[in-house]
Design a protein around this ligand. Structure first.
Ligand SMILES: N[C@@H](CCC(=O)N[C@@H](CS)C(=O)NCC(=O)O)C(=O)O
Length: 219
């Protein structure tokens, strides 16, 4: 079988999710670091987003599709349980994480710190302050979701957890979200526990979001 290539810079939560999935399945792969809208990414994703994947002649874009491919083509533990109810619950949480949590916690709140777009590069307080009340509600929902078993679905580490964990990690890197995490005891325990996983550590970002952009601005 040809070697699988996962293309995308490691700080991306979606790249991180796919790399956790590859490690959980035990699939050897080549990680090619590339930013959104660069030629190697644009060659596969019609909107230039990361991650994208190449496996021989197969090219796939969108993290959920990449993980579906990995789960069905390779042997190893299933990323999505075979049980139909649990499988639907995994999709339900992936959808909530990607359509509710990611847009507020990362695209709005974290972005207010790392890509503020302010003249002097200082945090965009209006963006951040508008996100925090919405995050409070989301943290409460997610805290309840993991309280019973320490997982989003059943009592195993599924693709739903793989989607959520990178976002939650970034929430521990900024002040307001750290306060929310400290108040959400089940969520905090969930984060601390699963950050220890080999698959999660092995794909840990080699730099933090915004760092390269800041370095470029300074140069
Ligand atoms: N729905 C996509 C989202 C991917 C995505 O938004 N990736 C970000 C990096 S975390 C990106 O490429 N952003 C550049 C852009 O939106 O133009 C997926 O699941 O793969």
């Amino acid at each position: 079988m040809p070697e699988l290539e996962l293309i995308g810079a490691s700080p991306s939560n979606y790249v991180w999710t796919c790399r956790i999935a590859l490690a959980e399945k035990g699939v050897p792969y080549k990680h090619v670091s590339a930013r959104p809208h660069t030629p190697e990414v644009d060659a596969i994703h019609p909107f230039g987003k990361i991650p994208v994947m190449r496996h021989g002649t197969v090219e796939i874009f969108e993290s959920r599709a990449i993980c579906a491919y990995i789960d069905s083509v390779f042997p190893g533990p299933k990323l999505v349980p075979a049980d139909p109810v649990e499988a639907a619950q995994v999709e339900q949480w992936i959808s909530v994480v990607n359509t509710h949590v990611d847009p507020v916690c990362l695209r709005q709140y974290l972005r207010g710190y790392v890509f503020p777009g302010t003249p002097d590069g200082s945090p965009d307080r209006a963006l951040i302050d508008a996100a925090v009340p919405r995050m409070e509600g989301q943290f409460a929902v997610m805290d309840r979701a993991v309280a019973k078993t320490g997982h989003l679905v059943g009592d195993t580490f599924t693709l739903a957890d793989m989607n959520f964990l990178p976002i939650l990690f970034y929430m521990g890197t900024r002040p307001e979200s750290t306060v929310l995490l400290q108040r959400s005891s089940a969520l905090k325990q969930y984060l601390d526990r699963h950050m220890e996983r080999k698959s999660v550590q092995g794909a840990f970002p080699t730099f933090m979001p915004g760092q390269a952009a800041q370095a470029e601005r300074a140069a």
